[in-house]
Design a protein. Structure first.
Length: 149
């Protein structure tokens, strides 16, 4: 199987797992024991202060950079490779700053699968023969920059 096709499949899996993780977390939250549901409710009901706004900002950056990186990786753009790693780095910062997290086992499994797929994507784009297939942004226009007809 061609590496480009494997990359496309992995990116599709990454997207599906990211969405599934959020859906699973919210859908299965009622199955948590009562004390944990109370903790989640109290944490979610906190006033929307500057800390929460900062976390929301980091979450928006992670979401936007992930979507841009996925699109760029599918187009084999060189700039998408560091963007994908940066989005993972920002996601790790988001997790670090979020504090204690209560989740169901199923949602945790989906998160771990997402991490495995992310690692497979990073390995494929940096350590396989596919790494030489990525091209610069100037290749999108069809003509080199400064060489318009």
């Amino acid at each position: 199987m061609r590496l480009e096709k494997i990359l496309g499949i992995l990116i599709l899996c990454d997207v599906v797992l990211a969405v599934s993780g959020v859906v699973t977390d919210y859908a299965l939250e009622p199955l948590l024991p009562a004390p944990l549901r109370a903790f989640v409710a109290a944490d979610g009901g906190a006033p929307f202060g500057s800390g929460a706004m900062a976390l929301t900002g980091v979450w928006v950056v992670v979401l936007a950079s992930s979507v841009l990186a996925w699109a760029g990786l599918l187009s084999l753009l060189r700039a998408a490779r560091p963007l994908y790693l940066a989005s993972w780095g920002a996601y790790l910062v988001l997790l670090l700053l979020s504090g204690p997290i209560v989740t169901t086992p199923a949602a945790y499994v989906v998160q771990m699968l997402m991490a495995l797929v992310g690692g497979a994507i990073a390995g494929l784009i940096y350590f396989s023969d596919l790494r030489t297939s990525f091209r610069g942004l100037s290749s999108l226009a069809g003509t080199p920059v400064g060489k318009a007809a």
